[in-house]
Design a protein around this ligand. Structure first.
Ligand code: PHE
Length: 342
């Protein structure tokens, strides 16, 4: 019996065959099981001999079954590993990869720089009512800047009584929304898309601005200057920057200043930070009391500075991109050249 089963177990080619052997030997009606049942009818002396022998046989056959099962499983695994192997030394197949658009890159950079100075990001809609885009910013209905900005007005059908809406011409309406939403004090920047009817090498009908707004009890122009200098140092990655504030006019700030940065153009190569040239980079000023009031903030208690800067423009300056229009042409060669891989 022992020889027969051990041989059958050793020869079982797979798990099914092994199970058949197990049933024949140790199953309910298996040969060894039946023999063990017969012990009951034996005399005491017979049982004393046959009992331990049968038990030992059962244990041995059981162990042989388990060992064979494990061996079969190992063999199956080996076979699978051989058929499914992977050559990790083969070179990878390159996949086409996108790049991060310079505008997105610059938005991330400036958001991080202003975040370090305590500015949160605020947002507003690109389709804006003319109240937010103009009136609340102290731009009167007949004010020339409504034309200067070459505004895109949204068409209203006859009988549509909703207030006129525009594609926002600047990010300044987000100032009003931030004031209304959070009250004073405020420190926010608002990067986003803006629209004006204009198209040449330095103008596209859609472009990007970042607005800055700081409101507190004693905000001053000196803080505006420091904030902008710190930003330019970090953004253009230069140790020293020099900014020139030129008196200007915006309806929503008083006083107002346009800000130039010192630079040089040597051999057509722009260098920020030193040189004898100046480059205009933004508009700014102290928030006009009318604007604070439109935002629900008391101008007798609070004051603040605001600025607006062209993102496309500073991206062109930092990364030496010559033509603004190329930003929006989705030319893959251009995107690969000027885009960023993260
Ligand atoms: N909104 C102005 C523009 O688009 C920029 C600006 C913002 C100026 C905030 C002053 C203060 O030109």
């Amino acid at each position: 019996l022992r020889g027969k089963y051990l041989e059958q177990i050793g020869a079982a080619p797979d798990a099914d065959a092994l199970e058949t052997v197990r049933l024949a030997a140790l199953g309910k009606k298996g040969e060894i099981s039946l023999k063990m049942r017969e012990l009951g009818q034996m005399s005491a002396e017979e049982r004393l001999i046959a009992g331990p022998a049968l038990n030992a046989l059962k244990t041995e056959v059981d162990a042989a079954l388990k060992a064979r099962k494990a061996a079969l499983e190992d063999a199956a695994l080996d076979a699978r590993l051989k058929s499914e192997w992977l050559d990790v030394t083969l070179p990878g197949r390159p996949r086409p990869m996108g790049t991060i658009h310079p505008i997105s890159q610059v938005m991330d950079e400036l958001t991080a720089i202003f975040a370090d100075m305590g500015f949160a990001v605020a947002e507003g809609p690109q389709i804006e009512s003319d109240w937010y885009n103009f009136d609340a910013l102290n731009i009167a209905p007949e004010h020339p800047s409504r034309q200067e900005m070459d505004t895109f007005y949204l068409h209203r059908a006859a009988g549509d009584n909703r207030p006129p809406h525009v594609l926002r011409t600047h990010t300044s309406p987000v100032q009003i929304r931030a004031m209304q939403a959070q009250g004073a004090p405020i420190r926010v920047i608002a990067p986003g898309r803006v629209y004006r009817m204009d198209m040449d090498q330095t103008h596209t009908p859609m472009f990007h601005q970042v607005e800055g707004l700081a409101i507190d009890r004693d905000i001053s122009m000196a803080q505006l200057k420091w904030t902008l200098e710190e930003f330019c140092r970090a953004f253009f990655e230069v140790d020293e920057v020099e900014l020139r504030f030129r008196a200007s006019h915006f309806p929503f700030t008083e006083p107002s200043a346009e800000v130039d940065i010192r630079c040089s153009w040597e051999g057509g190569q722009l260098k920020i930070g030193e040189g004898k040239d100046w480059l205009e980079i933004l508009g700014s000023g102290m928030v006009h009391p009318h604007v604070l009031r439109a935002g629900g903030i008391n101008p007798d208690e609070w004051q603040g500075f605001a600025f607006g800067m062209g993102i496309d423009r500073i991206a062109m300056l930092k990364y030496g991109i010559p033509d603004l229009r190329a930003f929006f042409e989705s030319d893959l060669r251009w995107l690969r050249h000027y885009g960023f891989t993260s």
